[in-house]
Design a protein around this ligand. Structure first.
Ligand code: ADP
Ligand code: MG
Length: 235
């Protein structure tokens, strides 16, 4: 497997707050890479650094061997899409318009094909395409947010706490969808507080605490780790 995303010696600060300290991560093409950590650990900052939404203090981020631009739109063009924490769908716009925004780099027939592909994957979004996104339930909005990301035809998708605030049965649906995304050939970079779910699904993972990586391994190893069990799996 070849390395798709390579992050080295990444530091992110907000004024005097050190959000990320010397982060090194390598995620391979075709895998699900999970980063688990509690609130404030630095997970969102890490995704924002990759997608160009925050400017790192120092460090290098490479995608398929090439140093990533610091401009968000160029990063999207390279094939990285970011599905933000808290869905951030446009509640006053229709579901269809939300999806079209995700496909803004495309147009015409290609854009239509992308839309049809998403409607096939998410029939509920097709049935309700003319309704405002704000009428969807939390789980449906998460699906819309992911679907909007897929409209960008990414090579890698960054998912920020897709299970946050959702009932367990809906979380299972979202995780089935994440597996399907990986099976379709898209590399998944997933950050979660929900350690059990994120570790069960992933190939490789690391644990982020106070902006530093304190543990790494494959998902099964970390699920068995005493340190992880105690801090993240309720004993
Ligand atoms: N825009 C910001 N300005 C100042 N501090 C921030 C900002 N965003 C995040 N932080 C701080 O950086 C740290 C990491 O935050 P974040 O990346 O959001 O963590 P997580 O997503 O794991 O909850 C926290 O201490 C948070 O308060
Ligand atoms: Mg966050």
């Amino acid at each position: 497997m070849s390395t798709m995303l390579s992050i080295s010696k990444l530091n992110v600060r907000y004024g005097h707050i050190e959000a990320l300290r010397d982060i090194d991560i390598e995620a391979d093409e075709g895998e699900i890479y999970s980063i688990i950590g509690s609130n404030g650990a630095g997970k969102t900052s890490l995704l924002k650094a990759v997608s160009g939404l925050v400017k790192p203090q120092s460090g290098v981020i490479k995608f398929n061997g090439e140093v990533l631009s610091s401009k968000p739109y160029k990063i999207v063009e390279k094939g990285i899409v970011h599905v933000p924490e808290g869905r951030k769908t446009f509640s006053g716009l229709t579901i269809k318009d939300n999806l079209l925004i995700g496909g803004y780099l495309s147009s015409g027939k290609d854009l239509n094909e992308r839309l049809e592909k998403q409607y096939k994957l998410f029939p509920i979004l097709k049935d309700r395409s003319a309704q405002h996104a704000g009428t969807l339930s939390g789980g449906e909005q998460q699906m819309l947010a992911i679907s909007r990301g897929l409209m960008g035809n990414p090579k890698m998708i960054l998912l920020d706490e897709p299970s946050l605030g959702l009932a367990p049965i809906i979380v299972n649906q979202i995780y089935d969808l994440i597996k399907q995304i990986r099976e379709s050939g898209i590399t998944v970079f997933l950050v979660e507080q929900n350690a059990r779910k994120a570790l069960s699904i992933c190939d490789k993972a690391c644990v982020l605490e106070n902006g530093r990586i304190v543990l790494r391994g494959n998902g099964q190893e970390l699920l068995k780790s005493e340190q992880v069990k105690k801090a993240y799996l309720g004993g």
